[in-house]
Design a protein around this ligand. Structure first.
Ligand code: APR
Ligand code: MG
Length: 274
C-alpha cells in the first residue's frame, strides 16, 4: 500500500491524547467505564479486563457480571453490579466480551450494551454474539478488537485470508460493521472505513500469552470513557499496551503473564507522558 494509507503514532502523538486530571476533575467527570466480562468458567478474564480498565485514565470502573467476588478480591476499588447492564448505574463507555461465554446472560448483556447510547468496545466472546444489523443501527461509536481468528469469523473467511491481507481486512470489517477496528497480532492495526490506517509501533512477541487481550480491551475502554474518540482510544491503548509488554518483559526479554502487563501500564503511561 502507498505510505499515505498508513501512519504510525509516536510518543508525542500518544502523549497529546492522554487525559490529565485537573482541579475541576471528579471521578464522574473523568468517566466511568463499564466492564461486562467473565463467567463461571473464565472469572480471570473479568479480573484482567478490570486490571486494564483501572489504568486507562477513567475515574471509576464498574464491573457487571458473575465474577464480582474475584474482581473485588483483587481490586477493591471496583464498583460491582450483579444485574444486567441496563440496570447498572451510568457509564460513559462499555467494554464487553472477555471470557463472557455465549449463554443467555451473555446474549442479554450484548443486547443491553449495544442498545446504549454510549461508545461500546466489543472483544473476544462478545464478537461471536455481535449482530451486524444491530451494530450498524447504533448511533454511538462502536470499536471492535478482534485477533485474526475473530476477524476471520466476522468476515466469514479463513484465518489465513485475514493474515494475508490484514490492512484490507481491517478496513472491510470497519465498513461492514460501521465500526472502528483494532486488529491485533504481531502488527496491530487501527482502521476506520476510510482514512489512513494506524500501525502500532510498540509491542513484543512476549505479549502472545493468554489474557493480554483482555487487559488491552479494559485499558482501551477506559480511554473511551475518559473521552477519547474510538480511533484515538484504540491507538493510544495499543501503544501503551505494547510499551507495557516491553517494560514487563525487560530489555533482555523474559516470559511474562498478562497480570504483569497490566501492572506495567502505569510505568508505560509515565514514559509516554513525560
Ligand atoms: N507480537 C506482538 N504482539 C502480539 C503477538 C506478537 N507475535 N501476538 C499477540 N500479540 C498481542 C496482540 O496484539 C494482543 O494485544 O497480544 C494480545 C493478544 O490478545 P488476544 O489475541 O485477544 O489473546 P487473549 O485474549 O489474551 O487470549 C485469551 O481470548 O480472544 C480469546 O481466542 C482468544 O482464547 C483466546 C483468549
Ligand atoms: Mg482475546
Amino acid at each position: 500500500p502507498a505510505t499515505a494509507e498508513l501512519e504510525a503514532p509516536q510518543h508525542a502523538d500518544v502523549a497529546a491524547l492522554l487525559p490529565t486530571p485537573g482541579a475541576e476533575s471528579d471521578k464522574y467527570r473523568r468517566g466511568v467505564v463499564g466492564v461486562v466480562a467473565g463467567s463461571a468458567r473464565y472469572p480471570g478474564a473479568a479480573v484482567l479486563a478490570v486490571a486494564g480498565a483501572l489504568r486507562g485514565g477513567s475515574g471509576a470502573v464498574r464491573y457487571v457480571g458473575p465474577a464480582g467476588d474475584a474482581v473485588i478480591a483483587r481490586f477493591p476499588e471496583t464498583l460491582v453490579s450483579a444485574g444486567p447492564p441496563a440496570k447498572a448505574g451510568r457509564v460513559q463507555a462499555w467494554v464487553i466480551g472477555p471470557g463472557l461465554g455465549e449463554g443467555p446472560d451473555a446474549r442479554r448483556a450484548m443486547k443491553d450494551v449495544l442498545a446504549s447510547e454510549v461508545p461500546v468496545l466489543v472483544d473476544a466472546d462478545g464478537l461471536r454474539l455481535l449482530d451486524r444489523k444491530q451494530a450498524r443501527r447504533r448511533r454511538a461509536p462502536l470499536l471492535l478488537t478482534p485477533h485474526a481468528g475473530e476477524a476471520a469469523a466476522l468476515l466469514s473467511v479463513a484465518r489465513e485470508e485475514v493474515e494475508g491481507a490484514r490492512l484490507a481486512s481491517a478496513r472491510r470489517l470497519a465498513a461492514e460493521f460501521g465500526a472502528t477496528v483494532l486488529l491485533k497480532g504481531s502488527t496491530t492495526l487501527v482502521a476506520d472505513a476510510e482514512g489512513p490506517v494506524r500501525v502500532n509501533p510498540t509491542g513484543t512477541g512476549w505479549l502472545a500469552t493468554a489474557g493480554t487481550g483482555d487487559v488491552l480491551s479494559g485499558l482501551t475502554g477506559s480511554l473511551l470513557a475518559a473521552g477519547l474518540a474510538p480511533r484515538e482510544a484504540a491507538s493510544a491503548g495499543a501503544y501503551l499496551h505494547g510499551l507495557a509488554g516491553r517494560r514487563a518483559a525487560g530489555r533482555t526479554g523474559a516470559p511474562i503473564g498478562a497480570s504483569e502487563v497490566a501492572a506495567a501500564l502505569a510505568g508505560a503511561w509515565a514514559d509516554v507522558a513525560s
